[in-house]
Design a protein around this ligand. Sequence first.
Ligand SMILES: C[S@@+](CC[C@H](N)C(=O)[O-])C[C@H]1O[C@@H](n2cnc3c(N)ncnc32)[C@H](O)[C@@H]1O
Length: 205
Amino acid sequence: MSKIVDGIISKQMEIPKLYHFVQKVIAGPLHKKVEEMMVQEMPDITGRKVLDVGCGLGNYSTLFSNAQYTGFDLSPAYIDYANLTFNKSNTSFSIGNAVTPPSFSENFDFIFSVGLYHHISDEETIKSLKALQRMLAEAGSIFIVDAVFPKNFNVPGYVLRKLDRGKHVRSFRAYKELLEDNFVPTAVDYHTAGVLDFIVYKLGV
Ligand SMILES: C[S@@+](CC[C@H](N)C(=O)[O-])C[C@H]1O[C@@H](n2cnc3c(N)ncnc32)[C@H](O)[C@@H]1O
């Protein structure tokens, strides 16, 4: 039964406009909070090179109008949508896998990812983050936001995470351990927006 429900959700979410609507309704407060955090994180992005890993429909590209923005995602349908909707002289969208990221001609000052790593196993997450570290420019930084299960009693939050297409949603504690066993993160924090809980972490070169 649960496999059937998972299959239906995955299929429907491949439709960009439907996915966009669901994200807006369920994850609207989370995206708003993440946007604020990102602006704080990179107050002066003029002329900087920014990479959005698992960029989805490309919504976050609008935050980087003064930068050189590159986004990639596994879904060809999402990349088509991003190219149609957010195509500007400073943006570039392509298909790519975060586990074995595409190569780009230059390194990046700011690499970020929102809601990707709960789609990827622990081993692949480490492999991906190590590859991203190698793609950082000097003094560059990585900023990751990802889904976690609620720490406290929160039935809707828990159910939404269980229904997520990503099959590797972790607890905050397991995620933090995974990071600290493999990296020296510059920050690991827990946040809530609406009913959704999420982890935010930062890595340097
Ligand atoms: C929850 S969505 C987040 C999209 C976007 N970052 C946002 O916040 O609007 C997760 C995204 O990760 C992408 N994805 C899943 N596995 C991936 C992989 N191995 N490499 C690149 N993208 C992947 C999906 O196609 C989807 O667009």
